[in-house]
Design a protein around this ligand. Structure first.
Ligand SMILES: Cc1cc2nc3c(=O)[nH]c(=O)nc-3n(C[C@H](O)[C@H](O)[C@H](O)COP(=O)(O)OP(=O)(O)OC[C@H]3O[C@@H](n4cnc5c(N)ncnc54)[C@H](O)[C@@H]3O)c2cc1C
Length: 434
């Protein structure tokens, strides 16, 4: 008997994992991707012949779903786990924050507030049911646990750095989960370990493509979907069409809304558009010298516009990139802001004085090359009672479904959860639930 056919829109980790598990079960899989490469938000470019993520990526050691997928692909020898150094930049100074002892030495807080800051770990562990946090913002929850000073010095800059002018609307559920997951990636003495993939995340995405093709599936690049009609016919931007037994959209929700606009009622489109997103601009520097010894530097100094400086080659060695040191400067912001709309050159020139202030030895001669990457739908804005606004997998068109990053909850986005949701949906198809 012929197995069902499926069109999957988007070759990010959700689309690829859905396609992988269904093609493995014999389904006829066609994946359509608008870009020239696979990987979506975890996509890459080449540095000295090796894939490097446009936006910094790593896994936590407890990211079980992606690890299971890698084992399924027989690529577990590609998983790299290493200890990492975390730090914070505050009031023109660097602080190490890799272990509980570092926390006790954290001078910007008085001693009582350092202890209160430590309580956050306990408070996170004590939450048995995330639903109890749905009605409170991260700000109010954190002030309750660690006081105003702890909030203002440690958490507020991170929330502002991640959500800009929307920081105070972010739900406690989002923050709780972030802390829980990051805390779960620590070893016995509280030291953080993170994981990466040999050859970059894009190598893993390419392995998934290879497996899908070996199973008889297809992945078409440079193939943007323009719209889907009430009969589930896909029309591409080159005016060609496609039809399958099932169609799954894995794009951000505002794009899904555009694809379905002419086929669905306004109320449904409004539901898809109810969730807001924050954009991200990432300046990637390829340097001939290292900036510091820290892998992940939280920037808590309100005078600095970047939320984090991630020196990737303090995790994956410089040899992978023929001696180049890789540094990311990350800025989350609404896409209507001036910084988001700067040219790459203007953004680079804007960033340089901040880097020089933070690392006085830094000299522009160190920069071999730079890139500025932008994504408008980088992070869904998770507000109070988010569970009530998430659209379900099903759309008003019976054979069309949505499986998108913004539906991941109470966890936050991430390739691990993209794989979980891709697999979950594949199982739903295979078990006849859909
Ligand atoms: C700055 C930053 C840092 C991150 N760090 C990490 C990290 O350290 N670890 C981690 O695991 N995750 C991280 N993430 C999150 C992770 O990248 C995402 O959660 C994950 O990649 C989402 O996968 P997805 O397939 O659901 O969506 P996407 O990656 O968005 O894939 C959707 C795909 O649909 C395609 N598409 C869009 N419109 C169309 C169309 N009309 N026709 C055809 N195709 C279309 C897009 O090109 C894209 O390839 C980070 C994200 C950002 C922005």
């Amino acid at each position: 008997m012929t197995k069902p056919s499926i069109s999957i829109i988007g070759a990010g980790f959700t689309g690829l994992s859905l396609g992988y598990y269904l093609s493995k079960a014999g389904w006829q899989v066609n994946i359509y991707e608008k870009d020239a490469e696979v990987g979506g938000l975890a996509g890459s470019y080449q540095v000295e012949g090796t894939h490097l993520e446009k936006f910094y990526h790593h896994w936590f050691t407890n990211d079980q779903h992606i690890m299971d997928l890698i084992k399924d692909l027989k690529r577990e020898d590609h998983i790299i786990v290493r200890p990492t150094r975390t730090g914070m930049y505050y009031a023109n100074q660097f602080f190490r924050l890799s272990s509980p002892l570092d926390l006790l030495k954290f001078k910007p807080l008085n001693f009582i507030n350092r202890i209160r800051l430590g309580f956050v770990v306990l408070a996170v562990r004590m939450v048995r049911n995330w639903k109890t946090l749905e009605n409170i913002t991260a700000k109010d929850w954190l002030i309750k646990i660690c006081g105003k000073q702890g909030y203002e010095v440690v958490w507020e800059p991170l929330l502002k750095g991640k959500f800009g002018r929307y920081a105070e609307t972010v739900s406690a559920v989002w923050f709780w989960n972030k802390l829980k997951l990051r805390g779960g990636s620590r070893g016995e003495k509280g030291k953080e370990f993170l994981a990466y993939y040999k050859g970059g995340f894009a190598s893993l995405a390419e392995s998934m493509v290879e497996a899908i093709q070996n199973n008889g599936g297809k992945v078409e690049l440079n193939k943007a979907v323009a719209h889907i009609d009430t009969k589930a016919t896909i029309t591409f931007s080159d005016n060609s069409t496609a039809q399958a037994d099932h169609t799954v959209i894995t794009t951000p929700l505002p794009i899904a809304a555009n694809l379905l606009r002419s086929a669905c009622e306004g109320a449904y489109i409004n539901q898809l558009e109810a969730i807001q997103y924050i954009g991200n601009v990432c300046l990637t520097l390829e340097l001939n010298k290292s900036l510091s010894e820290i892998y992940w530097l939280n920037v808590n100094d309100p005078g600095f516009p970047f939320v984090g400086i991630i020196e990737h080659t303090n995790f994956e060695p410089t040899e992978t990139y023929k001696g180049r040191h890789i540094v990311y400067l990350s800025k989350y912001l609404p896409t209507d802001e001036t910084l988001y709309n700067m040219t790459p050159e203007a953004f680079y020139q804007y960033a340089i004085p901040f880097i020089q202030k933070m690392f006085p030895d830094f000299n522009q001669d160190w920069v071999i090359q730079y890139h500025v990457w932008k994504e408008p739908y980088s992070q869904p804005l998770v507000t109070k009672h988010y569970s009530q606004i998430i659209p379900g997998f099903k759309t008003p068109i019976p054979t069309v479904y949505i499986n998108s990053m913004a539906q991941i909850y109470p966890e936050d986005r991430g390739t691990n959860y993209a794989v979980r949701e891709g697999k979950r949906m594949a199982n739903d198809f295979l078990s006849g639930k859909f």
